[in-house]
Design a protein. Structure first.
Length: 273
């Protein structure tokens, strides 16, 4: 789960690093991706693993559209307007899902990968194991894109100083739109992976969004590579908190860690990338 949390948080961190805007609709983007995977399975008989490119493409398109339709209009406005814009989008998406699909829980029955593997006394579900491997592969691909490609370097330059990047000939508006598309596509992949073993309903994105905010804060806002370490740390604390405390208190252990890091090192464990 830590690798999945890292992939979700990577999109959030990328968007914040570019524009210093927190996307409060991030959890709802994840919910949309999970519904895309579910209906691809229910209507087209496509397993969530097979429909991952579709979920990534649709969520990338959604992110691109949201930037040009909403974010671009409030980018130079007050912070309160930016918060209301993404928070209002979250309410809209969640309410639309409740209106269209109801509040019932849905699951993908008989996914392509099922069962479990035993590592001594520890049992790991095959869908969860596949999701962790796929999330790690997607994260590595994102990191290589950002650090090795010309477009990725342009994104980093825009994140460091948008005005200097514009003077160097980089189209910052294009970079902003691309950042929203890539960040949303990461959520699309994560949602497709979660659909293999997690129930789907309109409010499913809320707890994952909260954990994504914690993951970003632990790694460092705008530091995409550090979200991998933050996600794994959150996953471990959640698992051991549920094991040694009680499952009802596992999230309290995660938020206690978050509070400690914020008080001790507000810039995150690794600082800004």
């Amino acid at each position: 789960m830590g690798f999945v949390y890292a992939l979700i948080a990577a999109g959030l961190s990328l968007i914040f690093g570019l524009m210093e805007i927190v996307n409060f609709a991030h959890g709802e983007f994840l919910m949309v991706a999970m519904y895309v995977a579910f209906f691809a399975w229910a209507l087209l008989k496509l397993d969530p693993l097979v429909s991952l490119p579709l979920a990534a493409l649709l969520l990338g398109t959604l992110g691109f559209t949201v930037y040009h339709g909403i974010i671009r209009r409030v980018l130079d406005g007050p912070m309160l307007a930016q918060i209301f814009a993404t928070f209002g989008l979250a309410v809209l998406l969640r309410s639309a899902a409740q209106f269209l699909f109801g509040v019932d829980f849905r699951t993908v029955s008989q996914p392509l990968l099922a069962g479990r593997v035993a590592l001594g006394p520890v049992f790991i579900g095959v869908p969860q194991l596949a999701a962790s491997v796929a999330a790690l592969a997607a994260f590595v691909g994102l990191f290589l894109f950002l650090s090795r490609s010309e477009t990725g370097l342009a994104l980093q330059a825009t994140a460091q100083d948008r005005h200097a990047a514009a003077l160097m000939g980089i189209d910052t508006q294009r970079m902003f739109a691309l950042g929203w598309a890539i960040g949303s596509a990461c959520v699309g992949v994560a949602g497709g992976l979660l659909a293999m073993f997690f129930y789907i309903f309109p409010d499913v994105g809320t707890p994952f969004a909260l954990l994504a905010y914690v993951t970003v804060a632990l790694g460092g806002f705008g530091n995409v590579p550090a979200t991998l370490a933050g996600g794994v740390l959150v996953g471990l604390v959640e698992a051991f908190g549920g094991l040694y405390l009680t499952p009802a208190l596992k999230y309290s252990a995660v938020f206690a860690l978050y509070l400690g890091v914020v008080l001790w090192r507000p810039q995150g464990l690794f600082g800004r990338f």
